[in-house]
Design a protein around this ligand. Structure first.
Ligand SMILES: N=C(N)NCCCC[C@H](N)C(=O)O
Ligand SMILES: O=C(O)CCC(=O)C(=O)O
Ligand SMILES: [Fe+2]
Length: 387
């Protein structure tokens, strides 16, 4: 008789490590019986439930994406940020809605220079290329986020586009596998892996390719590289270079945990839609980037999201575990994303120094219980970091 999977959680002071192997397509050949396979899945699912409930962030191993592919993605990203000229960068710039050549511009896709992103009313100290799932040019529900994505020139960077396109495919497969595991984590008995299938016919996705110059290179030599926020969708698969001490995660006591890179693993966190589906059983955990060391840091978060038109409200099995009263209004995922994304940019005069407080903006939240993030309280780095 196979061993029973564990049920109790142990208290966490660091990010838990979750092995997804039992949910990969190859996994069927790894176990001697279907029963042994199920036990392995339930063991992973139980660990996932604890990780999502207690921390909201975890390291993911056994994810099936080759190390070589992950290294290549980071190499391409770094190469472009370091070597592309100012003109090459501006050639694929993001435009405010309708402000690009010939009325182009979706307000989201493309290159963003250092200081163009804002979080909680403050400028972020990073540059980035944002890509979104390409959608047909006139498909109404997606307006104004209509594709395609702008790519660096094939002449100067011929391997960039194929590298990121094949990486996107890998992340989508991984996203589906992880959502099956999360389903089982919420519904182990009887075992149910398909809670999310109806929301994932055509999963939306967002990929940010981010370059972080050292904060010491900012005119004010302080502030944050990316302000405190939650992510907007299902799950974030974070691939980052080996810089330590940059990404910080809020713990349940209001302190910060360093989410340093772990060789071969993804850093994964849950987003706003999972908080809503679970009726708050799993919170979409706040995090920020404070890149204090002297190198140029590169990261590539892949946001695996529900269908654009999916209507998200607490799931029955989660309501049953949380007193039966929904804490969140129903929301269409695409509307939530739009309201968040369009708040990420603000046209500011070029002479404004980074990290001067901008006019306060209320981050749009549809329903839910989240408070607007504090505008500047965290920027001075007064919080305690537990290592
Ligand atoms: N797609 C995602 N999650 N992007 C997060 C970007 C950083 C936070 C954002 N400026 C904000 O104000 O929310
Ligand atoms: O660069 C990182 O480590 C995290 C970036 C992030 O949180 C985001 O883009 O949403
Ligand atoms: Fe994030």
């Amino acid at each position: 008789m196979a061993e029973k999977p564990p049920t109790a959680c142990t208290p966490q002071t660091a990010l838990p490590i979750i092995d997804l192997t039992p949910f990969l397509p190859i996994s069927t050949s790894l176990y001697s019986t279907p029963q042994a396979h199920l036990v392995a899945k339930l063991t992973t699912a139980a660990a996932l439930n604890c990780a999502c409930r207690d921390v909201g962030f975890f390291y993911l191993t056994g994810h099936g994406i080759p190390e070589e592919q992950r290294r290549t993605v980071l190499k391409e990203a770094r190469n472009w940020f370091i070597n592309a000229s100012k003109e090459e960068k501006e050639a694929i710039k993001r435009w405010d809605i309708g402000k690009g050549p010939g009325g182009a511009g979706d307000g989201a896709r493309g290159y963003q220079r250092v200081g163009e992103n804002v979080t909680g009313g403050l400028k972020d100290w990073h540059e980035a290329i944002d890509h979104y799932r390409p959608v047909p040019p006139t498909d109404p529900p997606y307006a104004p986020i209509h594709g395609p994505n702008p790519w660096p020139s094939l002449q100067t960077h011929p391997t960039f586009k194929p590298t990121f396109e094949s990486y996107t495919e890998s992340c989508l497969s991984l996203g589906h596998a992880l959502l099956r595991a999360l389903s089982l984590a919420l519904h182990p008995s009887p075992p149910k892996e398909d809670l999310f299938i109806e929301f994932l016919h055509n999963p939306f996705w967002v990929m940010r390719i981010i370059g972080y110059p050292p904060l010491s290179s900012s005119p004010e030599r302080e502030g944050v590289s990316c302000g405190e926020h939650t992510d907007y969708g299902c799950i974030t698969l974070l691939l980052a270079d080996n810089t330590r001490g940059a990404l910080q995660v809020r713990d349940k006591n209001g302190g910060w945990i360093n989410a340093d890179p772990l060789e071969g693993a993804y850093v994964v966190n849950i987003g706003d839609m999972l908080e809503r589906w679970t009726n708050g059983l799993w919170e979409s955990t706040r995090h920020r980037v404070v890149h204090g060391s002297g190198n140029y840091r590169v990261s590539v978060p892949f946001f695996f999201e529900p269908d654009w038109v999916a209507r998200i409200k607490p799931l029955e099995c989660c309501l049953a575990q949380t007193g039966g009263v929904p804490k969140y209004d129903e929301v269409m995922y695409g509307e939530h994303l739009l309201s968040m994304v369009l708040g990420n940019f603000m046209t500011v005069p070029p002479h404004t120094p980074p990290h001067t407080p901008l006019p306060a903006i209320e981050p749009p939240r549809v329903g839910g219980e989240k408070k607007a993030p504090a505008l500047s309280a965290e920027a001075g780095g007064v919080s305690i970091i537990i290592r």
